[in-house]
Structure formats: structure tokens, C-alpha cells
Design a protein around this ligand. Structure first.
Ligand code: FES
Length: 106
């Protein structure tokens, strides 16, 4: 059973918006697309650009540094220069709160 951590309120993330968070020392970004909340690392896999400062168009987030694009639903690279997909985190919404699950420490 995965442990979910409460990280924000549902109203904190409007449609098409990004919300940066620090959760247990990890930089994480939340995004809302078509009503669903998605969570992924806030560090671009190219050279760690801050994705929350980029733009969200549809399901595609664009890194502000060199314009790499990722699908916020899956973390998949849509456009280089990044070549590695983003790490994504499971999200649950319950009673107006957003919860995410971090992978276990190695
Ligand atoms: S750091 Fe994101 S594209 Fe270069």
C-alpha cells in the first residue's frame, strides 16, 4: 500500500495552471489538465530547468530554459533537447485535498 501525503488543496491548482511544491525535500510540480491533477518532478531532465516557470498548453509543459516539452500526464518527452522522461507521481484527490505518493527511499 502506497503512502499518500497531503500536499495542497484542490482549489490551489486551477485548470491550465502549475503549482510548485517541496515535498520531503523533493521539488515537485502540480498541473491541472482537463480537470485532472498531475504531479511530476519540477526539474527538467535536460539540465534541471524549473518547469513550474514554464508554460502549460494543453497537456504539454514547456521548460523555460531551452524549450523542451513533456506530457504532464505521462512525463514523456514531446520535444528535445531533453531525452529522458520526467518522473511522475501518483495523485489522489479526496475531500478537496490533493495527495501524492513519493517512491520509497533507496
Ligand atoms: S533545462 Fe529544460 S530544456 Fe534545458
Amino acid at each position: 500500500m502506497e503512502d499518500f501525503i497531503q500536499v495542497a488543496q484542490e482549489e490551489d491548482v486551477a485548470e491550465g495552471k502549475l503549482l510548485p511544491l517541496v515535498v520531503e525535500g523533493e521539488l515537485i510540480c502540480l498541473a491541472r489538465y482537463e480537470g485532472q491533477i498531475y504531479a511530476f518532478t519540477d526539474n527538467c531532465t535536460h539540465i534541471s530547468g524549473p518547469l513550474n516557470e514554464g508554460g502549460l498548453e494543453g497537456c504539454a509543459i514547456t521548460c523555460p530554459w531551452h524549450r523542451a516539452q513533456f506530457d504532464v500526464r505521462t512525463g514523456k518527452v514531446l520535444r528535445g533537447p531533453a531525452r529522458q522522461d520526467l518522473m511522475t507521481y501518483p495523485v489522489k484527490v479526496a475531500n478537496g485535498s490533493i495527495y501524492i505518493s513519493l517512491p520509497p527511499e533507496e
